[in-house]
Design a protein around this ligand. Structure first.
Ligand SMILES: Cc1cc2nc3c(=O)[nH]c(=O)nc-3n(C[C@H](O)[C@H](O)[C@H](O)COP(=O)(O)OP(=O)(O)OC[C@H]3O[C@@H](n4cnc5c(N)ncnc54)[C@H](O)[C@@H]3O)c2cc1C
Length: 376
């Protein structure tokens, strides 16, 4: 297995070309979980890109993880989002889980994800309504989780509840998927990211040991904001970037390769079409620059890092919708009838705006921050 970024990215590109891309249309059409793709990524170390070398990870940091996710998203958005949620879960495990769990997460033997969103508090994941109660047998969890990516395939969930007794809005737990009392709802039939397996999960008096707590009782909010948020915002933005870049490549191929027989002109011979393609690329590269600046701001501990973290997913999600709208427009009826393949990227790109923190919530947070108001 490789230990430097250049080798890792070469390996990821090979996996994307040979394993992920060939299955992507089927995964989308059949809402199939991308098992082979995730196993292949684990095989080149990509599931441990954020994990410490002490537990067998690559320890390459968030900027490297974003590069990996961006490349995977070009081939398959569903695989990229499964990887994103694993890496976000892994960041929490790295901070709080036992070494054996961290080692398994780094190798991909343990697939992680976040179980934050709930039927009660909906997109306001920071305010769980589910409970954790101390009993003679351990901690009993009761919850209606509304969306959990990789719900049927994760080894365990990084799970939020109200605290047992501590102050603060939440406590985090490591909850095995097969724990008694945990039930995963059947099949995900989404508009996009259809291979994600993003299903509801309930817990009915599901007992975990008190040692399954990740961090302190009541400390969940700080972990969500300090550990999960930067990783999720940047990696979600990296997904959007990959979708945009893939769509641009397909749009250019279609526009340059499709001719009007009666004139001999290609679609790309129209300045209107070329202008759309130029705008698509400009908007995408603006987002790429923002993502790179966000990881730099985080790495350097810059004063504007928090604002950049909020901006990065907002800009990427909003821009991806605009770029994919243009891709559908440039490629015309051929795209509408799925002949070009940009419709999958168009549908996948819609998810970013509704994944929490949602686009509207991010603009509200940023507006508050800029106006000197508290975020909540
Ligand atoms: C593909 C996919 C994968 C996901 N994977 C996971 C996962 O792995 N783990 C997880 O925990 N969650 C996951 N989620 C859930 C996600 O993070 C959100 O919680 C969920 O999409 C919110 O949907 P909702 O309809 O409940 O939102 P609602 O809260 O009902 O919001 C609906 C709309 O109203 C807007 N809105 C709400 N309140 C306000 C307000 N005060 N002002 C203005 N607008 C407002 C929102 O921005 C949103 O656009 C996933 C979602 C998707 C789509």
């Amino acid at each position: 297995m490789t230990t430097n970024l250049a080798d890792l990215l070469a390996d990821v590109d090979r996996v994307a070309r040979d394993t992920i891309a060939p299955g992507a249309a089927r995964i989308d059409a059949q809402s199939e979980f991308p098992r082979a793709a995730i196993d292949a990524l684990a095989g080149v170390g990509a599931l441990g890109v954020l994990s410490s070398p002490d537990v067998g990870g690559l320890g390459l940091g968030l900027s490297a993880a974003a590069e990996v996710v961006q490349r995977v998203a070009q081939a398959c958005g569903s695989t990229a989002m499964v990887l994103t949620m694993h890496l976000c879960g892994t960041a929490v495990l790295e901070a709080f889980a036992p070494v054996a769990v961290r080692r398994d997460a780094a190798s991909g033997k343990h697939l992680s994800t976040l179980a934050f969103s709930e039927a009660g508090s909906r997109s306001m994941f920071w305010a769980p309504t589910s409970t954790a109660t101390r009993t003679a047998d351990g901690i009993a969890l009761d919850a209606k989780k509304s969306w959990v990516t990789s719900a049927h395939h994760a080894t365990a969930y990084v799970w939020s509840s109200r605290p047992i007794a501590g102050d603060g809005p939440s406590t985090l737990w490591l909850v095995p998927r097969d724990a008694a009392g945990v039930a995963v709802a059947a099949g995900f039939d989404g508009l996009g990211l259809r291979g994600n397996d993003s299903c509801p999960v309930t817990a009915t008096k599901a007992v975990v040991p008190e040692s399954a707590m990740l961090g302190s009782d009541g400390g969940g909010f700080d972990v969500m904001m300090g550990v999960v948020l930067p990783n999720f915002q940047v990696l979600n933005a990296a997904c959007s970037l990959g979708l945009m870049n893939a769509a641009i490549a397909r749009t250019i191929a279609h526009a340059t390769g499709t001719k009007f027989e009666h004139t001999g002109a290609a679609l790309a011979d129209s300045p209107v079409t070329r202008g759309h393609i130029s705008r698509m690329k400009l908007m995408t590269d603006q987002v790429a620059t923002l993502v790179a600046d966000t990881t730099a701001a985080l790495a350097q501990g810059r004063a504007d890092a928090s604002l950049r973290v909020l901006q990065t997913k907002a800009a990427a999600g909003e821009t991806a919708n605009a770029v994919l709208d243009l891709a559908m427009r440039v490629c015309g009826g051929a795209a509408f009838r799925k002949e070009v393949g940009v419709d999958r990227y168009f549908r996948d790109a819609r998810a970013s705006a509704v994944m929490a923190p949602t686009l509207d919530a991010l603009h509200e947070f940023m507006g508050r921050a800029l106006c000197g108001m508290p975020l909540a």
